[in-house]
Design a protein around this ligand. Structure first.
Ligand code: CJB
Length: 835
């Protein structure tokens, strides 16, 4: 046989069974070959890391022909594709997911078993890529998986950060950040594509040139160029042949730039400048929902956007000799404002490089672009100082000014002489220092603007951007978030998955609405017992993690009450903590009180500069320290803060939860996605009417959801009429007592005033209205307690949650984006088709 004779996909597939075959022998052969040729080891000398690398490469081999065929199919069929631009992709570990989606997870398990190895242990060798902060980045990852599963042509575009979100350690109760060197063991999933590198310009100036025919063109000159090198990661659909591409850009110093400096003989400066330009993709900014106005952050944004737009245009021109059909071929989705500069960059390329007239270029840009807003928090809305923008990206600023000039003319036509409205709508914010409002640029340059849950989308129209909504009401729409059931059920909860499949067959993994079939088993005592047994096993798995880190094993009969998410005042981890303290005081006062034992589990990172959030972490840990060691409490309350919450830890925590805490102040959490993952894994929600909680409650039934708290309009009303937390503190002896205990230094005897800022904020401002919601929260938690004592009743609520959670698959979300925004149709991959 002549391997690779002509290199067609079919020929490779036929002749390379050890690389593509799906039999146990093929896979074993493949792993051994990679151990030998990729790692330079034999089985005897192989470490677990070597085995992980070998099996990952063997798995990747099985993606390659599908990947090539996917690209060829899209090209040949001229299939419209979505380009999802996101500064974050929180993809999590790849090996288990790829094995599952290939349908060879069990095969891999048994192959390793033959050699005395356990797949579970090998999976632990993979470092978790933390290329995102939280919900927004994880959503992008779920979307990529759903797009591949539904066989839609899609590219994810982002940044290959060398350091992802920091590793969190807890030292003496405080958060400490450590660098996340996630590439230190290499990354078997990525493929660099040096040949597709792109140059990106910064600084310099704009030169206008008048031509003999009287036309004028703009030239961005004297720039500093940085090279973007793409690294591709395959994204495989669930048990199909679709493999899409996540293309992440890494910054590299440009050669010309280096040489000129080397020629000056200034070697040291050359090295410094090289490091400086390569620092662009060095590290993810760890702020969640608060904009950091640093020049390097703006550089990151323009860097990956410019690379991505260049890549999109290059690929389009390879297929077509016109750009007129660009919006028929691609949909560009902006994941929040971080890539909003794409509007101006696409205009620049069309006008300056492709010589397209402004009007035409603008039509194409708007038709191609959609924008998703993810938050209403004012501090998250990105604004760049004009002077900084002008220095870094002079040509882009010019284009933004022209976009704005034409836009304000439109405003003027609609509302003549309404200068106040123009001021509010303008892309440029006036003031001592002018700012570029990135959300305004994104709305003006898109044909679709969506929020991520019904309430949120409504608030985008009525509170965040009412003037824009007045101007273009048809542009605004909702796409309620979802999560991929392949990772968030099939992979993380194999026992529950099996129990479901046994009853209703395996269709739910592709079509989560099929879970309604499980409602037939609601009263089946055997199924109920099995659901409880599975939860117990998952609690046991979580308890082991807690034991290994905290030195005690939580009581498996206690309610595992979990709040895991980024630390933010609006998410109100502090409200949870106040409930714990109040419960503790109740128990101390009344030792015989009959309450179900609880294990309170927290996890989440605080932005390194967010002092109040860090103080909340310390408070939770100090409270844990006192309560966990109080002999009077025995096993009835335990509090644990699990450090370094990330995707892989979530995969263990979520299946082990009884209670899901979704307790943000109403109107602040755009959607939430953890809420969906918990309900999908058999936890009951304690929550406010915020974000997607509202829709979850609608789906699973009000009687299966522990609701409390003010509604969004009540929050607004109270704020409007002058909110005073003392009004509530005076009326709630429990709340008063809890606050007094913190203020007394009881939890911080080494530094009694440590938590004074926490107490002061609650007593004086209480920005997130914990005091107003406290009593109702306590009541809801008491209901939880009562309900948990009746296991049959509890289990029936759990099953109602499971059976009605289908809406929250990201497959449903993606279908809506494809139909209502992107106008995409599926493009299935047939491996036997040759082009
Ligand atoms: N979100 O994670 C972030 N970061 C931001 O900067 C802004 C919003 C979250 O996005 C999620 C996905 O849409 C939402 O579910 C979540 O409510 C929101 O806070």
């Amino acid at each position: 046989r002549r391997p690779m004779a002509d290199g067609t996909i079919q020929e490779v597939v036929q002749n390379h069974s050890s690389r593509v075959g799906m039999t146990p022998e093929d896979l074993e052969q493949s792993v051994l070959e990679h151990l030998f040729y990729t790692c330079g080891k034999d089985l005897r000398s192989a470490t677990p890391l070597d085995v992980y690398r070998a099996i990952s490469h063997a798995t990747r081999d099985r993606l390659v022909h599908r990947w090539l065929q996917s690209k060829r199919t899209y090209f040949h069929h001229e299939a419209k594709r979505v380009c999802y631009l996101s500064a974050e992709f929180l993809i999590g570990r790849a090996l288990a997911q790829n094995l599952l989606n290939l349908g060879i997870y069990h095969l891999a398990e048994t192959s390793l078993d033959h050699r005395g190895l356990t797949l579970k242990d090998i999976l632990e060798e993979e470092l978790d890529p933390g290329l995102g902060n939280g919900g927004l980045g994880r959503l992008a990852a779920c979307f990529m998986e759903s797009l591949a599963t539904l066989q839609y042509p899609a590219y994810g575009y982002g940044i290959r950060y060398e350091f992802g979100i920091f590793d969190q350690e807890i030292a003496n109760g405080w958060q400490v950040e450590r660098g996340d060197d996630w590439l230190r063991r290499g990354n078997p999933w990525e493929v660099p594509r040096h040949e597709l590198s792109v140059g990106v310009n910064f600084y310099g100036r704009v030169e206008a040139r008048v031509h003999v025919d009287g036309t004028k063109s703009m030239h961005w000159v004297d720039t500093q160029t940085v090279i973007g090198v793409p690294y591709d990661t395959p994204i495989l659909g669930y048990q199909n042949n679709t493999v899409n591409t996540l293309r992440l850009w890494s910054a590299k110093a440009s050669k010309e730039f280096n040489f000129s400096v080397f020629n000056d003989g200034d070697y040291r400066r050359a090295v410094e400048e090289k490091a400086l330009s390569e620092s662009i993709s060095k590290v993810l900014y760890p702020n969640d929902e608060s904009a950091e106005g640093k020049e390097l952050r703006l550089k990151q944004q323009y860097f990956f956007v410019a690379c991505s737009i260049a890549d999109i245009i290059r690929r389009h021109k390879k297929r077509f000799d016109t750009l007129d059909n660009l919006p028929d071929q691609i949909a560009i989705q902006l994941n929040d404002t971080h890539p909003a500069i794409a509007v101006a960059e696409l205009m620049r390329v069309l006008i300056d490089e492709e010589s397209i007239a402004w009007e035409k270029a603008w039509e194409l840009t708007k038709a191609a672009t959609g924008f998703t807003n993810h938050t209403l928090l004012p501090e998250a809305l990105e604004k760049w100082p004009v002077p900084m923008f002008e220095r870094l990206l002079p040509r882009i600023l010019q284009i933004i000014y022209e976009i704005n000039r034409r836009f304000l003319l439109e405003v003027h036509v609609k509302w003549p002489n309404d200068d106040e409205r123009k001021r509010r709508l303008s892309i440029i914010e006036e003031g001592p220092v002018k700012h570029v409002r990135m959300a305004h640029l994104a709305v003006v340059g898109s044909h679709s603007v969506n929020g991520v849950a019904e309430l949120h989308s409504e608030l985008v129209c009525t509170q965040l951007m009412p003037d824009f909504h007045d101007m273009w009401p048809q542009r605004f729409n909702n796409k309620t978030n979802g999560v991929t059931p392949r990772r968030w059920l099939l992979q993380c909860n194999p026992d529950l998955s099996e129990a479901l499949t046994e009853r209703i067959s395996d269709g739910w993994a592709r079509d989560l609405s099929e879970l309604t079939k499980i409602l037939e088993y609601k009263d089946d005592t055997e199924f109920r017992a099995e659901v409880r047994a599975i939860k117990r096993k998952n609690k046991e798995r979580l308890a082991k993690v807690i034991e290994s880190r905290h030195g005690f094993k939580p009581n498996l009969d206690s309610i595992f009450d979990v709040q895991v998410k980024r630390l933010h005042e609006y998410k109100r981890q502090l409200l949870n903590c106040l409930h714990i303290i109040a419960l503790y005081q109740d128990m101390k006062e009344n030792p015989e009180s009959d309450r179900a034992p609880r294990t309170f589990i927290f996890g989440g990172k605080a932005a390194p500069g967010y002092m109040m959030a860090k103080l909340h972490i310390k408070l939770i840990n100090d409270v844990a320290d006192i309560i966990n060691h109080d002999p009077a409490i025995r096993d009835r309350i335990k509090v644990v803060f699990l450090s370094n919450y990330n995707v892989s830890l979530a995969e263990i925590i979520i299946p082990g939860a009884d209670i899901s805490e979704q307790i943000s102040m109403a109107g602040k959490e755009a959607s939430g996605t953890g809420n969906m993952k918990f309900a999908m894994n058999g936890a009951l929600t304690v929550g406010t009417l915020d974000g997607a909680n509202i829709e979850i409650r609608e789906e699973v039934g009000a009687e299966n959801f522990f609701l409390f708290g003010l509604k969004a309009d009540e929050v607004r009303g109270l704020k409007g009429s002058g909110y005073n937390p003392n009004h509530y503190i005076e009326r709630s002896p429990r709340l008063r007592r809890a606050l007094d205990l913190i203020a007394s230094g009881f939890f911080s005897p080494d530094d009694p005033s440590r938590f004074q800022p926490v107490v002061n904020e609650l007593r004086n401002l209480d920005t997130y209205m914990l005091c107003a919601d406290f009593d109702d929260y306590f009541r809801a938690q008491f209901e939880v307690d009562q309900c948990y004592r009746d296991p049959e009743n509890w289990t029936s609520k759990v099953i109602e949650n499971l059976g009605n959670i289908g809406k929250f698959s990201s497959d449903r979300t993606i279908e809506q984006y494809c139909k209502e925004i992107w106008n995409l149709t599926p493009c299935p991959i047939d491996l036997t088709e040759s082009f």
